[in-house]
Design a protein around this ligand. Sequence first.
Ligand SMILES: *[C@@H]1O[C@H](CO)[C@@H](O)[C@H](O)[C@H]1NC(C)=O
Ligand SMILES: *[C@@H]1O[C@H](CO)[C@@H](O)[C@H](O)[C@H]1NC(C)=O
Ligand SMILES: *[C@@H]1O[C@H](CO)[C@@H](O)[C@H](O)[C@H]1NC(C)=O
Ligand SMILES: *[C@@H]1O[C@H](CO)[C@@H](O)[C@H](O)[C@H]1NC(C)=O
Length: 328
Amino acid sequence: MVPILMVLFLCLQQNTLVFGFDSFNKLQLPSIGSESYTFDSDNNGPYTGLNDGRIVKFQDPKTGFIDFATTTSNRSKKFCDGTHGYNVNTSMICGKPIGLEFNLKTKELYILDAYRGLMVVGIEGGVATQLSGETHFDYADAIDIDTITGVIYITDIGDIFSKHRPWSDILFKADDRSGRLLKYDPQTKKIDLLLTGLAMPAGLAISKDGSFVLIAEYLTCKITRFWVKGPKANTSETFLELPGNPDNIRRTDSGDFWVAVNFQKLQPKLIAFPLGQKISAEGKILQTVNFYGEYNATDITEVQEHHGTLYVASIKNDFVGVYKGLRC
Ligand SMILES: *[C@@H]1O[C@H](CO)[C@@H](O)[C@H](O)[C@H]1NC(C)=O
Ligand SMILES: *[C@@H]1O[C@H](CO)[C@@H](O)[C@H](O)[C@H]1NC(C)=O
Ligand SMILES: *[C@@H]1O[C@H](CO)[C@@H](O)[C@H](O)[C@H]1NC(C)=O
Ligand SMILES: *[C@@H]1O[C@H](CO)[C@@H](O)[C@H](O)[C@H]1NC(C)=O
């Protein structure tokens, strides 16, 4: 009860409304943990990466999810399937696909593997090819593709996971600023560093017109804007402060954005609940959805709107959450 009252209070403070929905369904995954979703140019999907390294595709309600791709050439299903992906050594063998995004023009699936960086696989799936060359990634996390130029933006969270244990230290104490924003140009096949000093940049989305990139900084509860074009090109500024820790940002067809926001407070006692916030390209909060009813206090990694349906991801669950009929 307390968290729900709390969220109402928060939202009223921000002059936004709390919305509801007509139905909630689960698409059962073969194993636990999916961080991010993408759909191909024929609207098939969702596709998602699992904690155990598999990239799977939702085929149809009868079949469910099928294996689609991997990020390591000799991934063993016997050893890897069902592993939890929290051990870096296991992930080196099994793969750790985190961010996924289709280039809808070329029909290629771009994959960010936490440790291998940027990879690509064709629409037929299979073993992905590494594109990041010599560039070192501590923990590559979020990806988006400029639909006009094909340029790919990616974030690396930095070395926070190897420096801080347990998770509560990361969340409530870490002043880590080792995150980076990078871009890959498929024409030149080069990776460029755009921004350093980011506080666990867990989410990323490019604006519809390609003029700026939004970066979710998990530790500082804010969204930073990096200008790609125009008079402020190559500079960054704070775009929006949020009521909790943001994870992925996903753009809608109309050019708004959904941010997965995890409200988490330790004092006076631990309270946590997952929210989805829809924001406009001007930085106005348009909708706030509370997922506590279906997710309890589980933290979520992504909220994605696809053809009016909301898909909600969490690395802690073994399902894709599907919300239909969003209403006031
Ligand atoms: C294949 O996986 C094993 C661990 O199971 C690893 O030691 C080896 O280096 C891998 N080989 C290749 C070519 O990736
Ligand atoms: C990974 O392997 C290295 C070398 O064998 C070992 O020192 C390290 O403790 C392992 N890490 C984990 C998380 O198991
Ligand atoms: C932004 O940086 C790129 C190199 O990364 C440079 O080519 C471009 O001219 C810069 N633009 C401005 C407006 O400073
Ligand atoms: C939330 O809690 C209820 C009741 O304990 C449980 O049935 C449900 O599976 C939980 N949901 C998640 C996503 O953990």
